[in-house]
Design a protein around this ligand. Structure first.
Ligand SMILES: [Ca+2]
Ligand SMILES: [Ca+2]
Ligand SMILES: [Ca+2]
Ligand SMILES: [Ca+2]
Length: 314
């Protein structure tokens, strides 16, 4: 099903040069390194036209987990955090000006927010419990996350400035990976209960919760397509772990990656045509790009360090 396309760094730079960003690239400095293309590279046709908006991700390339942004071609990698503690799980504000993330710099997991140039660091959660996995609402006013402050990992929502936190789910299971519907009315999340995990959907007022996947396999890491019609997610069973895409009503469930792709953590491009994800197929964690049907996969990071948790600017 998948066409594995191997592109060298020079080709990625060519892709960067060809891309039509259509978006401002505020806070992104010029290319860190330059490279000249060989004759052979010059003849290479870009097989994947990348979406223009930048991607935030987590990498250990500078010695510990930090938040970075890069162009969707893998170029212009810029580090935003600089702290010896673990920083990971970035989430963009809808206007692209701020990034929420998870950090243990205060001794326990907290949700922080910063400007997209790394300034203005603010602790939004300030609780001794674990607070992780922020997801910014489409209108920019709220952030969903999970917290175990009540004993179990549950989905919580707070205003984007950290005020008015309220708990959304009330199970004694382990809930995580919250993601908003594009219309801002619902949140999808994964719940591990009994012997497997499923994708659940709940209204933002906490009502109307239902189990969308309801299978014996493990479904997790949901991502709502920007047009609201599809859900990308990870499904694992008996060593078969792949990214799947289904309609928002649960129909037409289709695997889009192969087992050999070792693909996890899908995130949609704003145009809904591309998905970024994390793969270990190269012996370490790398960030890959593919079309939403799984074709045209390319490695964006190509770095021996850990690179994971990609998320596209809205
Ligand atoms: Ca760090
Ligand atoms: Ca905390
Ligand atoms: Ca299941
Ligand atoms: Ca890597």
């Amino acid at each position: 099903m998948n066409r594995r396309i191997l592109l060298g760094p020079a080709t990625l730079l060519a892709l960067a040069a060809c891309q039509d960003t259509g978006h401002p690239t505020a806070a992104l400095p010029p290319e860190r390194a330059s490279a000249s293309m060989s004759e052979g590279d010059r003849g290479a046709e870009p097989l994947v036209l990348v979406a223009g908006a930048p991607i935030a991700f987590t990498s250990t390339r500078d010695g510990n987990h930090e938040i970075y942004v890069m162009n969707a071609s893998g170029s212009r990698v810029t580090r935003l955090t600089d702290h010896p503690a673990i920083d990971l799980l970035p989430s963009w504000s809808p206007d692209g000006r701020r990034i929420a993330f998870t950090t243990v710099r205060d001794g326990n997991w907290e949700i922080y927010v910063m400007n997209v140039d790394g300034t203005g660091l603010t602790n939004l959660t300030n609780s001794s419990a674990a607070d992780e996995a922020p997801a910014w609402s489409p209108d920019g006013t709220q952030i969903a996350f999970w917290s175990d402050r009540d004993g179990y990992r549950q989905i919580h929502v707070m205003n984007a400035d950290g005020t008015n936190r309220r708990r959304l789910t009330t199970s004694d299971d382990e809930d995580g990976s919250p993601a908003w519907s594009p219309d801002g009315t619902q949140i999808i999340f994964d719940r591990f209960e009994d012997d497997d995990s499923d994708l659940h959907v709940v209204n933002v007022d906490g009502s109307g919760e239902f189990n969308l996947s309801n299978s014996p396999d493990d479904e997790s890491e949901p991502a709502w397509s920007p047009d609201g019609t599809r859900i990308a997610f990870l499904r694992g069973t008996n060593g078969d772990s792949r990214i799947w895409v289904m309609n928002v009503d649960g129909t037409q469930q289709t695997p889009v990656t192969a087992i050999s792709d070792y693909a996890t953590l899908p995130a949609w491009a704003a145009n809904g045509r591309k998905i970024v994800f994390t793969s270990t197929r190269d012996g370490n964690y790398e960030i890959y790009l593919m079309r939403a049907d799984g074709s045209g996969q390319i490695n964006l990071t190509n770095d021996a360090a850990y690179d994971a948790f990609p998320t596209w600017r809205p």
